[in-house]
Ligand binder design. Structure first.
Ligand code: MG
Length: 259
């Protein structure tokens, strides 16, 4: 079911989103060579709870942590581990979510660990930019698949692979609601976007092939060719003119030129 949110519900989702943006910003300083993904998750959960929210990922379909932390060829749903130590040159995607008074926000960032290769840096930057290209289409009256087409139009010239097995989604009181939000061109236009719908747009972009395989642990997806993958996600509110990005800080919105 697609839910159209009331102004009061939107206020609660703004609060969940602002907390989540704060968590991501504060986590940045801990992303350094030598830290384990377990430790990053522990800090993430502490930050979320410290801001009066609940970690939406913890226990979701049995997921054991507050954040999915995916390193290098891991695409999404990496399970934090004491044995996974970040090293100089890695790239790490942190995907996490908050619940504030029953309302959800979902966002992901990919970070460079220390100094990374030029191709890794470009992948991270272009994956982020593909989100901002995609959401230009995320306005009332357009269709949901217009977003994916814009992402693909931006990404294709770089020769990267766009993950197709996983897509963005509606969000509200549940983390995953209708509609699905693909990051690629579809034959159909998909559902019409309406004012006060809330969706999570989350391009997952691979340096090589678009193909992914499920890793051995039942959760983690990895690229089929072992090359790097990046992920960038925010929760959005659909409006008439341009969307409101709920999970960015005011200074980040200014930096990226979004509302
Ligand atoms: Mg998501």
């Amino acid at each position: 079911m697609v839910t159209i949110k009331s102004e009061h519900e939107i206020e609660l989702m703004r609060a969940a989103g602002l907390a989540l943006a704060t968590v991501h910003k504060q986590l940045e300083e801990y992303v350094k060579p030598g830290i384990s993904t377990f430790e990053l998750d522990r800090i993430c959960e502490k930050l979320i709870r410290g801001l009066g929210c609940l970690p939406s990922f913890k226990g979701y379909e049995g997921f054991p942590a507050s954040a999915c932390i995916s390193v290098n060829e891991e695409v999404v749903h990496g399970i934090p581990s004491r044995n996974r130590i970040l090293r100089e040159g890695d790239i790490v995607s942190i995907d996490t979510g908050t619940i504030y008074k029953g309302w959800q926000s979902d966002a992901a960032r990919t970070h460079a660990v220390g100094k990374v290769s030029g191709e890794a840096r470009d992948l991270i930057d272009r994956t982020r930019q593909s989100f901002f290209e995609g959401i230009k289409m995320a306005v009332a009256g357009n269709h949901v698949n217009d977003i994916g087409r814009a992402i693909e139009d931006y990404i294709s010239p770089f020769g990267y692979g766009i993950v197709e097995d996983l897509v963005g989604h509606g969000i509200g009181q549940e983390m995953h609601e209708e509609p699905e939000v693909p990051n690629f061109t579809c034959a159909r236009r998909g559902m019409k976007l309406r004012k006060n719908m809330t969706i999570a747009v989350e391009p997952m972009i691979n340096l090589g092939t678009w193909e992914v395989i499920e890793g051995g642990n039942g959760w983690t997806y990895v690229t089929a060719d072992g090359k790097y993958s990046a992920h960038y996600e925010n929760t959005l509110l659909i409006r008439e003119e341009e969307p409101e990005v709920l999970s960015l800080l005011p200074e980040e919105k200014k930096l990226y030129g979004v509302k």
